[in-house]
Write a new protein. Structure first.
Length: 294
């Protein structure tokens, strides 16, 4: 099985090539910071976090992949980008279903695990350790997934550029899916201090930057503390981001059961389709159209 993504397409960095903002979507509409305000982003969080604290257990991968296959209307032979892919939990099952999978993740050890997992099962896939901000492919994928709370790590501008890069990488008519925490739920249930074993997490919401900032302190390891910062988007803000970059928002779910989003849901999953050449962008003003399971 051939992977259509050539190396250079992923390795050149062209952050300035993000599309210009459409006037109808003002900075305020997506909660931009004003002049002089500053934003914090992810530090070495992922390099020092124990896997089990943030990677889903392997067993759920198959169900997650079943959802992704349906939501993105993927068929055997379709090219899919899993970014970031972690250790390939979902990619593995997408490959097993016959998709041509490319997985990207910053963490080398995860990429090695993903490669090994597929190779051991006699499956093919392309996995590469790289920063998502370097994605630079054009018209190559039928589907792209950003799965399990992997959006909002960068500055607001970079988050927008990432959506733009994903859209460029999609074939016309292809689908982008982003799965993330539901901001409304998270803010209502944000616990300032949380313990998992000997690790303590201190979290706070920064309203100006619209980010959750979490300090992690490992009690028994002297000096091991680091912080993460994740920008959280409301469904309306995500929709603006998608539409700004030429996606038609088609689905909003609260879980992999295809149930419609609601403010009390812990998660949200948004799916947009890249407009085909010549077709008009339809900007719906009404409610989201949840997709039903077939
Ligand atoms: C919450 S995990 C989800 C991973 C995967 N989607 C899954 O479901 O297992 C987030 C992933 O983002 C990766 N990551 C963090 N910053 C990144 C960056 N700048 N570029 C690429 N990957 C990054 C981490 O290594 C981690 O594997």
């Amino acid at each position: 099985m051939q992977v259509r993504l050539p190396d250079p397409a992923l390795h050149q960095c062209r952050p300035s090539s993000a599309p210009k903002q459409c006037r109808s979507h003002s900075r305020a509409a997506i909660g931009e910071l004003g002049a002089g305000q500053r934003e914090f982003t992810m530090s070495d969080w992922f390099d020092t976090m124990e896997d089990q604290l943030w990677l889903h257990p392997d067993e759920v991968g198959e169900k997650e992949a079943q959802f992704v296959l349906k939501a993105l209307h993927l068929r055997r032979g379709d090219a899919v980008l899993d970014a970031p892919c972690g250790a390939g939990r979902v990619s593995f099952h997408l490959a097993r279903a016959g998709c041509v999978v490319t997985g990207l993740d910053l963490r080398e050890t995860f990429i090695r695990r993903a490669r090994l997992r597929l190779r051991t099962a006699g499956l093919h896939g392309t996995f590469r350790a790289m920063d998502l901000r370097r994605v630079n492919a054009e018209n190559q994928f039928e589907g792209i997934l950003n799965w399990a709370g992997s959006f909002g790590y960068f500055t607001a501008a970079e988050n927008g550029q990432l959506i733009a890069a994903f859209v460029r990488a999609l074939l016309p008519g292809g689908y982008l899916l982003v799965e993330q925490p539901n901001r409304e739920h998270l803010l209502r249930h944000l616990r300032p201090v949380m313990r998992k074993g000997t690790t303590v997490f201190q979290s706070r919401w920064d309203g100006q930057s619209q980010r959750v900032i979490t300090r992690r302190i490992v009690a028994e390891v002297e000096g091991r503390r680091n912080s993460s910062s994740m920008r959280l988007y409301t469904p309306a803000q995500m929709r603006v981001l998608f539409e700004q970059h030429g996606l038609i928002v088609e689905q909003l779910h609260k879980s992999i059961r295809f149930d419609a989003y609601g403010p009390s849901a812990p998660r949200m999953i948004i799916v947009g389709r890249k407009a085909r050449k010549g077709s008009k962008m339809v900007q719906r003003t009404g409610a989201f159209q949840p997709c039903r399971a077939e």
